[in-house]
Design a protein around this ligand. Structure first.
Ligand code: PEP
Length: 252
């Protein structure tokens, strides 16, 4: 059985005070009891990892883990502004998001670079959450399956059976931050496409890999999405900034 995983991606949001309030509200909510067999992760901006690691450590509900929003493909060296997987590990990061569409679009990240970042994370015991997904134009021209399959093909060719230790997040770009959530069936259909593609490589890998949905998930649509057989949780942007909304999604 694959566990259900819900990940909060704060993006470029947060400050010392609001982070503290957020973790306190979420921890108190989780201490009241959460559905069994689930995992929850919060991904703050880099400067707040140490603060959030401390806050989470003081939370008696051992449900919440820490993640980062990006990682360098390099181990160490002259790469100004980059943060390595080893550094993330030192700050208790168990997960890292790679290949988010905002990084693909605004920073020109390629499938090859994203796969290299995932390898770095794996080499340091950090689970990569690798984002894939088509744009509105690609879906409107009927190319969504071709696009997502080509993104997944690169991951398979570089990561091979190490994919079993990764998470994949299907995030249709047209649904991110737009309020236009994919219907549960549309999301399930693409998750199935991804799982079948992984099975073409290795059935064991396909059955192990958690495939999360991301794109305008809210408490009221999470129940239906998470009930789908190939949807193993969610990557939550906007709605994760409000701790009560995030909690409600975690309980969905
Ligand atoms: C995201 O940024 O990964 C995301 C899914 O954002 P939102 O939930 O705001 O659509």
């Amino acid at each position: 059985m694959r566990p259900l995983i819900v990940i909060a991606n704060w993006k470029l949001n947060g400050n010392l005070k609001s982070n503290q309030d957020w973790v306190q509200v979420v921890c108190r909510g989780m201490e009241k009891g959460m559905p069994a067999g689930r995992k929850y992760v919060v991904c703050p901006p880099f400067p707040y990892l140490a603060q959030c690691a401390d806050l989470i450590q003081n939370c008696s509900a051992a449900f919440l883990s820490l993640g980062a929003q990006d990682v360098s493909r390099h181990e160490t060296g002259a790469f100004t502004g980059e943060v390595s997987a080893a550094m993330l590990k030192e700050f208790a990061c168990a997960y890292v998001i790679v290949g988010h569409s905002e990084r693909r679009q605004m920073h020109g990240e390629s499938d090859g670079l994203i796969a290299e970042k995932a390898l770095q994370a794996l080499d340091h015991g950090v689970t990569p959450v690798i984002c894939v997904g088509e744009t509105a134009d690609e879906r409107n021209s009927g190319r969504e399956v071709e696009i997502v399959r080509s993104q997944v093909a690169k991951l398979v060719s570089v990561l091979q059976d190490r994919l079993a230790d990764c998470l994949i997040a299907y995030e249709p770009v047209w649904a991110i931050g737009t309020g236009k959530v994919a219907s549960a069936q549309v999301a399930q259909d693409m998750h199935r496409v991804i799982r079948l593609q992984l099975a073409e490589f290795d059935e064991d890998v396909a059955s192990h890999v958690g495939i999360l949905y991301g794109g305008s998930v809210k408490p009221d649509n999470a129940v239906e999405l998470f009930a789908m057989p190939d949807i193993d949780g969610g990557l939550i942007g906007g709605a994760s900034l409000d701790p009560q909304e995030f909690l409600a999604i975690c309980q969905a």
